[in-house]
Design a binder for this molecule. Structure first.
Ligand SMILES: NC(=O)c1ccc[n+]([C@@H]2O[C@H](COP(=O)([O-])OP(=O)(O)OC[C@H]3O[C@@H](n4cnc5c(N)ncnc54)[C@H](OP(=O)(O)O)[C@@H]3O)[C@@H](O)[C@H]2O)c1
Length: 257
C-alpha cells in the first residue's frame, strides 16, 4: 500500500514556536539523535534559543528568529520564512506557555488576560497559520504541548488549566480538520514536568522530565495514528477516571496542588 503523506515519519526539518522551552529543546535533541535535523527556532530571545539548542544538541543546524506569540499578524510570515530556510517544514512544535505559580484567585484581570493571550489566543492563531501552511505544503505534523491541567479545573491553577483546555480543544479540532490533507496534528499532554516552568514547585505525583516528554513526543511523531499522547502514559487512563470523579472528591484529591 502506498503511504499517505500524513503517514510520512521521516523528520528532517522542524520549526519550533517558543524555542527556549526546556521541553522543546529536549525534543529537538531527541529528533537529532534519531537522524540529521535542521531547525528554525522562533523565540522572544533568539540568542538564548540558539545557545540552549547548541548545548543540548551539538551539531544541530539552526536559524533563530525573533518571534512573539502575542504578535499574531506575524504568524503567517514566520512560516514563509521558515520554509525559505528549511525547504519544507516536517514538524511544527508549539511550546509557548506561561504557568504562574499557584495562581488562581490571586490573579487579577490584567494577569488573566495576559495568560489567556499567551497560552491560548496567541498559540491558537499560530496553529491556524501552521495548519494552513502545512495543508498547502501537502505534508507535515504539528505538535501542540497541552497539559493534563486542562482536563479538570483545580483551584490553584484554573487560569492556566482553562487556557490549556482551550488550546487542547482547538488542537483536537485542528487534528480532525487535517484528516485527508496530508498534514497531521498531535496533542501532547504532560503532567508535572521538572523544567524551568516549574522551578521552585514541589513535584506532583507522576512527575517527569523534559527528556521523557521528548521521547514520547518523537515516538508519536514516528507512529501515524497516535494523535493524543499523555506523559507519562498512565495519566491518560487516570484522568479518564479523575475527570468524572464527584466534585467534592476531586477537590479533596486536588487540594492546593
Ligand atoms: N513544565 C510542565 O510541568 C508542563 C506540563 C504540561 C505542559 N507544559 C507545557 O509545555 C510547554 C513548554 O513548557 P516548558 O516546561 O518547556 O516551560 P518553559 O521552559 O518555561 O517554556 C515556555 C516557553 O514559552 C515561551 N513563551 C512564553 N511567552 C511567550 C510569548 N509571548 N511568545 C513566544 N514565546 C513565549 C517561553 O519563552 P521565553 O524564554 O521568552 O520566556 C519559553 O520558551 C508549555 O506550553 C507548557 O504549558 C509544561
Amino acid at each position: 500500500m502506498i503511504p499517505s503523506p500524513s503517514d510520512r515519519t521521516e523528520i528532517r526539518t522542524a520549526l519550533v514556536l517558543g524555542a527556549t522551552s526546556d521541553i522543546a529543546v529536549a525534543t529537538l535533541a531527541e529528533l537529532h539523535r534519531r537522524g540529521p535535523l535542521r531547525a528554525v527556532l522562533a523565540a522572544r530571545d533568539p540568542d538564548a534559543a540558539t545557545a540552549a539548542v547548541a548545548a543540548a544538541a551539538p551539531g544541530l543546524s539552526t536559524e533563530a528568529v525573533a518571534w512573539d506569540a502575542l504578535e499574531v499578524e506575524g504568524h503567517r510570515a514566520l512560516f514563509e520564512r521558515a520554509a525559505t530556510t528549511l525547504g519544507t517544514i516536517d514538524v511544527v512544535l508549539c511550546a509557548v506557555g506561561l504557568l504562574g505559580h499557584h495562581a488562581g484567585m490571586s490573579m487579577g484581570p490584567v494577569d488573566v488576560d495576559h495568560m489567556i493571550r499567551t497560552n491560548f489566543a496567541g498559540p491558537a492563531a499560530a496553529l491556524a497559520a501552521a495548519g494552513q501552511y502545512l495543508v498547502e505544503q501537502g505534508h507535515g505534523t504539528i505538535v501542540v504541548l497541552s497539559s493534563v491541567a486542562g482536563l479538570r479545573a483545580r483551584r490553584s491553577n484554573y487560569v492556566y488549566g482553562s487556557t490549556k483546555a482551550g488550546l487542547d480543544l482547538f488542537a483536537q479540532g485542528l487534528s480532525d480538520s487535517l484528516v485527508g490533507t496530508g498534514a497531521r496534528c498531535v496533542v501532547v499532554r504532560p503532567g508535572f514536568v521538572r523544567s524551568r516552568m516549574t522551578e521552585g514547585l514541589d513535584p506532583a505525583p507522576f512527575s517527569t522530565d523534559p527528556a521523557t516528554v521528548a521521547r514520547a513526543t518523537v515516538d508519536a511523531l514516528q507512529r501515524p495514528g497516535r494523535d493524543v499522547v499523555s506523559v507519562p502514559r498512565v495519566l491518560g487512563p487516570l484522568f479518564g477516571v479523575l475527570r468524572v470523579a464527584p466534585r467534592g472528591l476531586w477537590r479533596r484529591i486536588a487540594g492546593d496542588r
